[in-house]
Design a protein around this ligand. Structure first.
Ligand code: GAP
Length: 454
């Protein structure tokens, strides 16, 4: 008998599938791994790119009021001093004197009113002390105070620091946004829940600049926009929750913050923060750099520091949510008609790493193989395609179901026109979710699939 909850069993199945099928591996695995760091394999990288590309498409390409940038990861210490990170980007840490483990203060377990180490149950704990989460390094040959730089803990700061340059070159009028996707680094005390809390991760952030009086309204607007985004990538509204961050938990400069949360198997957890940060960041950088970061309004002839609303999403957390949401098991007949458990990743076709599998019925028939390869060439300019000729056709379908490929095309003897000339150059098109098959003309495949992927 197992004492594990169904949810932790589900998480184990997901982690194991991710490794088995090449979505996510532990970083430096052959050397024992490095805690809190992950590598994306051939399918993981496709899934992640589909997510980032779609975010960029709807956030930057499809809007007139948002432009993009890509800032450096290594950051001047002055930037992070002005933003408050050097002084205050820390978590309270406690050490267990018995097993020497380190914990975030809020992760201790309490039994009969006594705080205990979650690792060994020890009660001999240090008092909490502040632990700064930023990774520090040195730029150039010297390794002294003067050469310190930080790996950025969020992508946001380079947007604030480049605000003036981007305003000048883009000549945007308020309100407008600057978007960025990129890596961020935090030396989390306890990385956990697979990729959910990592030490290296990616963010997709928008800093949307506006007038003070527009801030609260835009906070509501962006919360709704972001909820719609998640629905469009296949995360249903019923699994998303909006938490209004209470006054005492918000950053002191924020006038309103929402957390968008998702029901992960390990609990309801944050996917994204949407915060109205007022004019705090630009004002801080203006003060510290001595350079004006003001906006000049041509109509009113006013000069002022803009306010900002920030939707800040985690790429890795969203990838994990997509996998958790897609994972399902159902019953399907095997080759001999016997029912067996089928693992299916029901990704939204837009997110699926591979869009279409192409299978010749037999691999030792040169005509079937040639036709299947022709179809691969026909589809490749439009989508990611996987060609598979090995094993029984049912097995090949299952392998694609398990990685979430929404469509499968099979080339059989009817395609060659051997049984019925009218069926020449037609194939079966199989749907991953319903497992239904239909007969379609090869020449119609690109249009049919493109339509269903949209
Ligand atoms: N610029 C605002 C900002 O960075 P945050 O709430 O600290 O706000 C935003 O981070 C998002 O970045 C989070 O909602 C989460 O999706 C992601 N994120 C933060 N820390 C993370 C970590 N250790 N591992 C994975 N993702 C993380």
């Amino acid at each position: 008998m197992t004492s594990k909850s169904p949810d932790s069993q589900l998480m184990e199945k997901i982690v194991s599938l991710c490794k088995r099928r090449g979505f996510i591996f532990q970083s430096s695995e052959i050397y024992g791994g490095l805690n809190g760091l992950w590598d994306y394999g051939p399918l993981g990288v496709e899934l992640k790119r589909n997510l980032k590309n779609y975010w960029w498409q709807v956030t930057v390409h499809e809007r007139d009021d948002v432009i993009g940038m890509d800032g450096s990861i290594l950051t001047h210490p002055a930037v992070l001093k002005a933003s408050g990170h050097v002084e205050g980007f820390s978590d309270p840490m406690i050490d267990c004197r018995t097993c020497k483990a380190h914990f975030r203060a809020d992760q201790l377990v309490e039994k009969k009113g006594i705080k205990q180490c979650p690792n060994c149950g020890g009660k001999d704990l240090t008092a909490p002390r502040q632990f700064n989460l930023m990774f520090e390094t040195h730029v150039g040959a010297a390794t002294d105070e003067s050469s310190i730089a930080y790996l950025r803990p969020e992508t946001a700061q380079s947007i604030f620091v480049q605000f003036k340059n981007i305003l000048e070159v883009s000549r945007k009028k308020l309100p407008f946004g600057i978007a960025q996707i990129g890596k961020a680094f935090r030396n989390e005390i306890n990385p956990r829940n697979f990729t959910f809390r990592s030490r290296e991760f990616e963010q997709m952030e928008i800093e949307y600049f506006c007038r003070a009086e527009q801030g609260m309204e835009l906070l509501e607007y962006w919360k709704e926009e972001r909820l719609t985004f998640y629905e469009k990538i296949g995360i249903p509204r019923t699994k998303l929750h909006v938490l209004t961050v209470p006054d005492n938990e918000r950053a002191f400069y924020s006038k309103g913050t929402y957390d968008i949360e998702y029901d992960f198997p390990f609990g309801r957890q944050e996917l994204e923060g949407v915060a109205y940060r007022t004019d705090y960041d630009l004002s801080q950088h203006q003060k510290a750099s001595g350079k004006s970061l003001e906006y000049f309004d041509e109509e009113t002839k006013q000069r002022f520091v803009p306010h900002v609303v920030e939707p800040s999403a985690g790429v890795d957390r969203t990838v994990l949510a997509l996998i958790c949401e897609a994972y399902s098991e159902d019953q399907a007949p095997d080759e001999k008609g016997k029912m067996e458990t089928r693992i299916v990743l029901r990704f939204h076709p837009r997110m699926a790493p591979i869009k279409c599998g192409v299978f010749p019925l037999l691999k030792n028939n040169s005509q079937l193989v040639a036709k299947a390869k022709e179809i691969v060439s026909l589809l490749r300019p439009h989508m990611t395609v996987f060609y598979d000729e090995s094993g029984a056709i049912g097995r090949r379908y299952r392998r694609q179901d398990e990685v979430g490929t929404p469509f499968g095309v099979t080339v059989d003897f009817e395609t060659l026109g051997e049984k019925d000339a009218a069926r020449r150059d037609t194939v079966t098109l199989r749907d991953r979710d319903s497992m239904k098959q239909e007969r379609v003309a090869i020449q119609d495949l690109p249009a049919i699939l493109r339509d269903r992927l949209a």
